[in-house]
Design a protein around this ligand. Structure first.
Ligand SMILES: NC(=O)c1ccc[n+]([C@@H]2O[C@H](COP(=O)([O-])OP(=O)(O)OC[C@H]3O[C@@H](n4cnc5c(N)ncnc54)[C@H](O)[C@@H]3O)[C@@H](O)[C@H]2O)c1
Length: 340
């Protein structure tokens, strides 16, 4: 049985979603939707499906098993609630919302309608991140007590995503949200956090450099992100990770070099990201993770398992993300859960 789905928002990042879905023979793209007529026509021509410029018309006309929402955050709540009201399970891009109340309403709408709901939070599905998580779970480094999750680049993120220029909240909600998810995936939920952030590029509205110190029960973790870090070796869009534990250390460095020090044993390898045909460097690990994220969604639809990044689980991630801004604005430590 092929699951029938539609994709809404055929912009920049949705191209990766569309390519990844096109690889899968257990789904059928029945419709695409975008308010931009030219974009939606191009997506329908390349990937198939009927083209709509209005989501309400799409839901009224089509019989869907799920919908992939790849619009920007201001429309996420409206789209998720629309899907739930039609009994259609949504998978929705990050960040889920700008406000906890919106995110909670989305989760509640899906729970009331009895439909699964996942956030397309793809960084934890990158191949190197799965390897790190598996090593931690296998006990390779004992009990983690320190982490650092880092994304630093001077890549021009604004030409592909011009809406970031005017975003008053920028790098924390754009990329640190992924790093928080990784930190929580590897080390558990933080109890509190402190943020420092700056705007280095005077032409943008929001913060483009941020450092967040998270306090877990028995560990600390630094999340740091920058869009103004110049280097002689461009590693965009790679994330670097260090996790120190009582029995060893995991380091993911440039170019997917993974080292696991486990007691007296040292495993050193350079990970090879699968070439999916439509993927290309330097985005290949991200693109491959889009495929893995979407496969996880289908696995959960098949088995009834709660997605790792379900809407409900993502409420905690959003609380941490918005809490990072609360700390920045107040200059004080944010106690996680205060916004929930
Ligand atoms: N996970 C990642 O690595 C990653 C990377 C980039 C972007 N994203 C996320 O993807 C989402 C989209 O970002 P983008 O850069 O692709 O944006 P984009 O502006 O390129 O694409 C969004 C599309 O949604 C369409 N749209 C807006 N309102 C609509 C509506 N009411 N009905 C139908 N279509 C509508 C727009 O016309 C546009 O084509 C964001 O939430 C962003 O944070 C994730």
């Amino acid at each position: 049985m092929k699951r029938r789905f539609a994709l809404i928002g055929t912009g920049f990042f949705a191209q990766n979603h569309l390519h990844a879905w096109a690889e899968m023979d257990d789904v059928e793209l029945v419709a695409v939707c975008d308010v931009d007529e030219a974009r939606v026509a191009a997506a329908a021509a390349q990937f198939g499906g009927r083209a709509y410029t209005d989501a309400r018309t799409l839901f009224a006309a089509e019989d869907l098993d799920f919908v992939d929402i790849a619009t920007t955050p201001p429309t996420h709540r409206m789209m998720v609630e629309l899907a739930a009201s039609h009994g259609v399970a949504p998978i929705c891009q990050k960040p889920l919302a700008w406000e906890m109340s919106d995110a909670r309403a989305m989760v509640e709408a899906c729970e009331a309608a009895g439909v699964p709901f996942m956030v397309h939070e793809n960084f934890r599905f990158q191949l190197p991140m799965r390897r790190i998580k598996a090593a931690i779970e296998a006990g390779a480094i004992g009990r983690p007590f320190f982490g650092r999750v880092s994304f630093r680049t001077a890549h021009d993120v604004y030409s592909a995503q011009p809406w970031l220029v005017d975003s008053e909240r920028m790098i924390i909600v754009d990329v640190a949200v992924h790093l928080f998810d990784l930190a929580m995936c590897f080390m558990g939920d933080p109890l509190s956090l402190v943020t420092e952030a700056l705007r280095v590029n005077p032409r943008i509205a929001g913060e483009d450099v941020a450092t967040v110190l998270m306090r877990m029960q028995d560990a600390t973790c630094i999340v740091d992100a920058s869009y103004e870090t110049r280097s002689d070796h461009n590693t965009y869009p790679q994330t670097f990770v260090t996790i120190e534990g009582t029995e060893g250390t995991i380091t993911l460095g440039p170019d997917y070099r993974l080292q696991i020090v486990s007691g007296t044993q040292v495993i050193d390898e350079t990970l090879v990201i699968p070439d999916r045909g439509w993927t290309s460097e330097p985005w290949n690990a991200i693109q491959d993770s889009v495929h893995a994220t979407q496969r996880h969604w289908l696995h959960c639809l098949d088995t009834g398992e709660e997605p790792e990044t379900s809407g409900r689980r993502t409420l905690r991630l959003l609380d941490v993300t918005l809490g990072a801004y609360a700390s920045l604005e107040s200059g004080a430590r944010y106690e996680v859960g205060s916004l929930s």
